[in-house]
Design a protein around this ligand. Structure first.
Ligand code: BG6
Length: 473
């Protein structure tokens, strides 16, 4: 069977990270606090926090040299909004601009293309204090300004941008949105408004990107998955489909068509949470069509239909958890897929799911795709000989790269593969013990040790994958 020899010559091999998860230097050189800092520092004492993280802020030169050694052609990272605009909207912090200029120039010196996300879970905390963040339309203006500053300062060297990382996931995590409503309906109403404001912000940033840049491309980074029905009962099939539609596809449709799909509008109306909109928004949303889709993919889900009844009335968040009440009839309920193995952190590992997702998105929008996250979180062990034998990560990446090759054969326009993560970093909510990197960072949750960088077995394996353009897996 043909596998990987069909990676195109210009296929982009990369690795990824995000600001609050690697940088540290959380208050240095004028940086403002962010929601991500606030939440991670709350957990200090039990887990590592963003104050130091992987300390990229002080190790960037050494880390970029390791990227060169790894051979990556793109590095996907995020800019901390609060390093550029400490209070989110006012004074520009020149030290922040200088830092990212050094990083971008350092990458380009080694022919590594920077691929930049503007906002990766780290809203400046000042905007939360002033406006309750995305609840207020002024946050949209703040984001547009921030995006314009970045395009003007860095656009001469950065071609590929993502406006917002995983809006579709972030909106469901209350602490990232600062949603503190205990009443389920009020929380959902606020959530819908915040979501809508982020769509507007995304569209305005997209327009600014096209206006300011010569040939710059921008798109959303989407938390991507597909949900399998537990059985072939039509209700289960519909529930599984709605799980994807209500969590992901509606979001992509907004970025493409500039309006909510019918089923989502119906949900908003029936729940009585249609966000406040202005007439001029329609034009803004239409003019902000994404250029490509950045795909973050880790696992698939499985679901069954759970009818609404007295014990499970629609709209009661207590029953929802990861579940979606997809219309007035009921919920889709998360199920275990007995055909798949799970990672030690419970993610159902499924390379075929990646092929499905890539085909699905491509056939829907016919836009280029770029994988900006894919990887395995594990508690790696450093041996006495200073080695990390992460064969399980190699297995995971190998099978997912094969799935990419097959998707390309299927006709999908896949620009590149940038797995998560270049180096060990702070997990989005599980501290430092859960590692994803090609490069081990010598620290523990509660002990910063010497932050020494050590190449894992997967580093050498991936180096060879890149060198052979995916032929040697
Ligand atoms: C993605 C995020 O959802 O998943 C990353 O964009 C995150 O920021 C990654 O780190 C892995 O999730 P976690 O929770 O294991 O860190």
């Amino acid at each position: 069977m043909k596998t990987t020899e069909q990676f195109p010559k210009n296929f982009l091999w990369g690795a990824s990270s995000s600001a609050f998860q690697i940088e540290g230097g959380w208050e240095e050189d004028g940086k403002g606090m962010t929601v991500a800092d606030y939440n991670s520092v709350k957990r200090s004492g039990r887990q590592a926090d963003s104050k130091v993280a992987s300390d990229f802020y002080h190790h960037w030169r050494e880390d970029i040299a390791l990227m060169k050694e790894l051979g990556i052609q793109i590095y996907r990272f995020s800019i901390a909004w609060a390093r550029i605009l400490p209070d989110g909207e006012g004074r520009i912090n020149q030290a922040g601009i200088d830092f990212y200029n050094k990083v971008i120039d350092g990458l380009l010196e080694y022919n590594i293309q920077p691929v930049v996300t503007l906002y990766h879970f780290d809203l400046p905390y000042a905007l939360v204090e002033k406006y309750n963040g995305w609840a207020d339309r002024r946050c949209v203006d703040a984001f547009e300004r921030y995006a314009k500053v970045c395009f003007s300062e860095f656009g001469d060297r950065v071609k590929y941008w993502q406006a917002i990382n995983e809006q579709n996931l972030m909106i469901r995590v209350d602490e990232r949105m600062n949603i503190k409503e205990s009443d389920a309906w009020r929380a959902d109403k606020l959530r819908a408004q915040m979501d809508y404001h982020m769509f507007l912000a995304h569209a305005l940033a997209t327009k600014a990107c096209h206006d300011i840049g010569k040939g710059m491309k921008i798109g959303p980074a989407v938390s991507s998955t597909c949900t399998y029905p537990l059985t072939n009962k039509p209700e289960d099939v519909w529930a599984a489909r709605m799980n994807d539609y209500m969590k992901t596809v509606y979001c992509l449709d907004m970025h493409y068509y500039g309006k909510y799909p019918g089923y989502y509008m119906r949900y908003l109306k029936e729940r009585d949470i249609v966000p406040a909109m202005q007439d001029s928004d329609k034009e803004i949303l239409k003019a902000g069509r994404m250029d490509y889709i950045a795909v973050n993919y880790y696992r698939t889900l499985c679901a069954s239909y759970l009818p609404a009844d007295e014990g499970h009335p629609v709209g009661m968040r207590e029953f929802r958890g990861n579940e979606v009440d997809f219309d007035q009839y009921g919920y889709c309920r998360d199920e275990k897929n007995t055909n798949l193995k799970a990672s030690e952190y419970g993610a159902q590992i499924d390379p075929m799911g990646l092929r499905i997702v890539l085909n699905d998105y491509y056939s829907r929008y016919q836009l280029p795709l770029l994988i900006t996250e894919n990887g395995l979180g594990a508690a790696d062990v450093l041996t006495e000989e200073e080695k990390i034998h992460d064969y399980y990560r190699i297995d995971y990446l190998r099978t997912h790269i094969k799935a990419c090759a097959l998707a390309i054969e299927d006709g999908v326009e896949l620009m590149g593969y940038s797995p998560w993560s270049f180096m060990d970093l702070l997990s989005s909510h599980q501290g430092f013990a859960k590692r994803y990197g090609f490069v081990y960072v010598n620290r523990e949750d509660m002990d910063q040790k010497d932050l020494r960088r050590i190449k894992k077995d997967s580093f050498f394996w991936y180096q060879n994958v890149i060198r052979t353009n995916g032929e040697k897996l």
